[in-house]
Design a binder for this molecule. Structure first.
Ligand code: WTA
Length: 636
């Protein structure tokens, strides 16, 4: 990044002011000075926040992989682009240089084309955290195919829904994946999913676990022999700045996941800019983001942001507890990690273990720490600061969403004074506002409300794949003319933001967004279930856990109910994945409902938390008597 790297608070305020006074000029300069374009834009921005229509760098032409890889080759050809740390610590790590990466991405690009994939086609990627995952993402981008990465923890049925929603022509998967001491049979999951996916013509399979798998002739191909025969050179496709780059699904308030669609030019500019400033990356640093590439954090800050900056980015295949709870710290020591970016749920889980797991390792390479995905509680923040950062590394609490493409609110390390649990200040270009219940903007500091952003930024999602109306209604209708985040926030006396949590039907469990509707839909498929409602309750490791209230068609005996609980969780696992399982299930005779038939989740949330004070006025309920029953039967 030539221009606009922020080194002190004065620079931050200056840039921020410029970015608000003249956003087009601000982004124009960044885009112009830091990337290679085949053709420049003739307009920086065109938008209509009522119609949810946003376009950046109009008519510009580029290929994001030329910016991620090709342009680094002359200076950084032998620099490590990706460090791959396998699940098994005894398996050697791999160092993939920019030149290796170029060749592998080119080969796969050629393979994809030979297999019939063209610009605009959708390719579903269902892989564990192995180098081929990053390479597949980049090869799709290089030929202009739209990647849709599905987190490899999702079930066959969730995979089917996502493949069909965007009509994917191809799936890239592996025989299996290693996760701690387990092996997951990914190919079997894909085979099951594909029974109901007529759109898929080809499946490419990476060999990782050497598990015996069923290959369907004519449809399924091992990747390695195809790669061997492919050319290691490929002329990147010329893409328009507003051509789709990828689709990434996120949960919503209906059973159908939302395929958030991101485009090429704006996403590139914003992820590169934020990576540089938020992680203060310097040429020989090693950056490690522990997310999975199946989530937006992995897209923006394992693959695109770091590679756009010519960085060394670490990909870890395993989990924090394998072979023991010191694994993260062992990896930091082994690869001399300088920037470490993880989720509060991982910090809370590791903070519960003996601190000797940390102290065994030399963490002196660390310069800064980051968190993402959910609010970080004060205790976890201090543990992270004291034991990992040794009180010597700023913590960047970065707030953003799948929909925002990149980080919107975060301290700039070494520049913005941090404050535990606060994401602090908006980045240049980001104009947050807090809204009250009457849809008015809350003025001044020391206030709270629903968090909206009132001006477009380059990496905002452009639509929900195939359903622009839903995009408009979900994000631009509640507060007309503004993007509504679904989060609540407060602002302190100096204008720092603290994100307090979701104000909609999404619950964040261990950093994963889970919509209540898809889980309820899964439960309601059980033949014995009449109706159900899910709420979240506080959990000291997961942040939130799920509490289900279930009405049975016929009241069963306790033994039957115990089995039912297991069956319900199995159903959820089959429909969504094990991450969405319920911690507590209470069978009830009714759910508190308003006269218009809406479940009063507010009351259920309080009961799940064990907070029986002040339910508010329940006399307006259709069935107020049920509240007492539910209260008495609460599972503690
Ligand atoms: C929550 C993840 C508090 C928030 C990048 C948001 C956070 C949702 C933070 C998006 C943070 C993310 N502090 N809450 N630093 N970061 N969130 O789409 O509720 O998986 O709306 O994107 O996570 O989750 P998503």
């Amino acid at each position: 990044m030539k221009s606009y790297s922020i080194k002190n608070l004065e620079q931050y305020f200056k840039q921020y002011k410029k970015s608000v006074q003249n956003p087009e000029k601000f982004w124009n300069k960044i885009a112009e000075e830091n990337f290679v374009w085949y053709q420049k834009w003739n307009k920086v921005l065109a938008y209509d926040m009522t119609e949810a229509s946003i376009k950046w760098f109009l008519n510009a032409k580029l290929n994001i992989t030329k910016n991620c890889i090709d342009r680094h080759l002359s200076k950084r050809g032998n620099k490590t682009a990706i460090i791959f740390e396998p699940n098994n610590p005894n398996e050697p790590a791999q160092h993939i240089t920019y030149l290796d990466l170029y060749e592998r991405v080119c080969k796969l690009s050629n393979v994809l084309k030979e297999q019939g994939i063209r610009k605009g086609d959708r390719v579903c990627i269902y892989l564990p955290m192995i180098p081929e995952l990053a390479i597949s993402v980049l090869a799709c981008a290089r030929i202009g195919a739209i990647h849709s990465v599905v987190f490899a923890g999702f079930s066959a049925s969730a995979l089917t829904t996502r493949i069909n929603d965007s009509d994917c022509k191809m799936v890239i998967t592996s025989d299996g994946g290693f996760r701690g001491d387990k092996t997951i049979d990914l190919k079997t999951i894909v085979n099951n999913a594909l029974d109901k996916c007529p759109c898929v013509e080809k499946v490419l399979v990476v060999k990782r676990t050497n598990t015996t798998v069923e290959m369907k002739p004519g449809r399924d191909f091992w990747l390695a022999p195809l790669m061997e025969n492919a050319l290691a050179d490929h002329v990147a496709e010329i893409m328009d700045a507003e051509d789709p780059l990828f689709i990434l699904y996120t949960s919503g308030s209906t059973g159908k996941p939302k395929g958030m669609m991101h485009t090429t030019g704006g996403y590139m500019v914003y992820t590169a800019y934020t990576f540089k400033n938020i992680f203060q990356y310097e040429e020989n640093d090693v950056f490690w983001c522990t997310a999975d590439i199946g989530w937006i954090t992995g897209h923006s800050y394992i693959v695109y942001g770091p590679l756009l900056n010519g960085a060394t980015t670490l990909m870890f295949e395993g989990i924090p507890s394998y072979p023991d709870f010191g694994r993260f710290w062992e990896v930091v020591e082994k690869h001399k990690v300088n920037q470490f970016y993880t989720a509060p749920t991982a910090i809370r889980a590791l903070a519960k273990e003996n601190v000797s797991y940390v102290e065994k390792h030399d963490l002196s390479s660390l310069k800064l720490l980051g968190t993402v995905g959910e609010p970080i509680n004060e205790e976890a923040w201090h543990w992270y600061n004291d034991h990992i950062g040794k009180k010597n590394c700023p913590i960047v609490d970065t707030w953003w969403q799948t929909e925002t493409g990149g980080i919107l609110i975060s301290p700039i390390p070494f520049v913005t004074p941090t404050k535990p649990t606060y994401a602090t200040l908006p980045l240049p270009g980001i104009q947050p506002v807090l809204m009250d219940e009457r849809r008015n903007e809350v003025e001044g500091n020391l206030s709270s409300g629903s968090l909206c952003i009132k001006f477009p930024w380059p990496s905002i999602a452009r639509t929900i794949w195939g359903d622009h109306q839903r995009y408009k209604e979900t994000y631009f209708k509640a507060f007309p003319g503004k993007y509504f985040t679904g989060d609540g926030a407060l602002r302190d006396e100096v204008g720092y933001y603290r994100i307090t949590g979701r104000v909609d039907d999404v619950i964040i469990v261990s950093g994963h967004n889970l919509g209540t509707a898809p889980i309820e839909d899964a439960i309601n498929e059980h033949p014995a279930v009449a109706e159900s409602a899910i709420v979240g309750f506080s959990h000291d490791v997961k942040g939130n856990a799920l509490y289900g209230f279930v009405i049975l068609k016929e009241e069963g005996e306790s033994r039957v109910r115990e089995n039912l609980s297991k069956e319900i969780n199995q159903l959820i696992s089959d429909h969504i994945g094990p991450i969405a399982k319920l911690d507590k299930i209470q069978f009830v005779s009714g759910l508190p409902k308003t006269r218009s038939g809406k479940i009063m989740r507010r009351i259920l949330r309080k009961i799940a938390e064990g907070d029986f004070s002040n339910f508010g006025d329940i006399s307006t309920l259709l069935n107020p008597e049920v509240v007492e029953e539910i209260k008495n039967g609460r599972i503690s």
